[in-house]
Design a protein around this ligand. Structure first.
Ligand SMILES: Cc1cc2nc3c(=O)[nH]c(=O)nc-3n(C[C@H](O)[C@H](O)[C@H](O)COP(=O)(O)O)c2cc1C
Length: 196
């Protein structure tokens, strides 16, 4: 295995940031031998649990599927082809679910916002713990919801691959090329509409 020089993946920031934010990125090459312990998983979920949410409703739910389990196969099978091509080496696939309506059908308008924030916490904690994450929107949500018997009001929003970074050379082209491509962001002045 040829490990990627992770310094090339660091964000080229215009202001100083805490290390996990500088180093977080979304690899597609994962070490197919790496596993997550129960403690690893608990820590990731705990980071999500302590995210803020509207009215403290905590409308996030997760399905954790570690590689080698039936649940992992179910989640992997529901990924779209361009994600299936690399995500099989991740140590776990975590299905991120928003409670967009409670059991009585009352809407939770901030649920997806809150879920996104919880997942962001998880990714930063993962990076701090020397794990990497890669979120995905490319999957068949209806198929997954049926496979896991999710009730109405629970919406699968994304899936996060978690694992130890692996060998970029093991990826098929053009994924290998994307793995080492420069990381880019819009300039800050394009994002800020007004700052007084
Ligand atoms: C909601 C969401 C959906 C995404 N969907 C996919 C996906 O289906 N497949 C994929 O390879 N990457 C996906 N990504 C990863 C983004 O492409 C990636 O975060 C972005 O290019 C920035 O790269 P970085 O995370 O390395 O900074 C997704 C990210 C998010 C937050």
């Amino acid at each position: 295995m040829t490990p990627l020089d992770l310094t090339t993946r660091r964000a080229d920031t215009d202001a100083p940031l805490i290390t996990p934010l500088v180093e977080r990125w979304s690899p597609r090459a994962y070490d197919p031998a790496a596993e997550l312990s129960d403690d690893d998983v608990r820590t990731l979920l705990e980071a999500a649990r302590w995210a803020p949410s509207a009215n403290n409703l905590q409308p996030w739910r997760f399905i954790v599927a570690r590689r080698g389990t039936e649940a992992f196969t179910t989640v992997h099978d529901a990924l779209l082809g361009f994600n299936q091509a690399w995500a099989d080496s991740a140590a776990a696939l975590i299905v991120n679910i928003a409670e967009v309506a409670d059991e009585s059908g009352a809407p939770r308008p901030w649920a997806k916002y809150d879920l996104g924030q919880a997942v962001a916490h998880l990714t930063v904690q993962a990076q701090h713990d020397d794990l990497h994450t890669h979120q995905m929107g490319g999957f068949d949500g209806a198929r997954l919801a049926e496979a896991f018997g999710l009730r109405e009001g629970l919406e699968i929003v994304s899936i996060t691959a978690v694992g130890k970074v692996g060998d970029a050379d093991a990826l098929p082209e053009p994924l290998r090329e994307r793995e080492v491509a420069p990381r880019r962001r819009k300039p800050l002045d394009e994002l800020v509409i007004s700052a007084a």
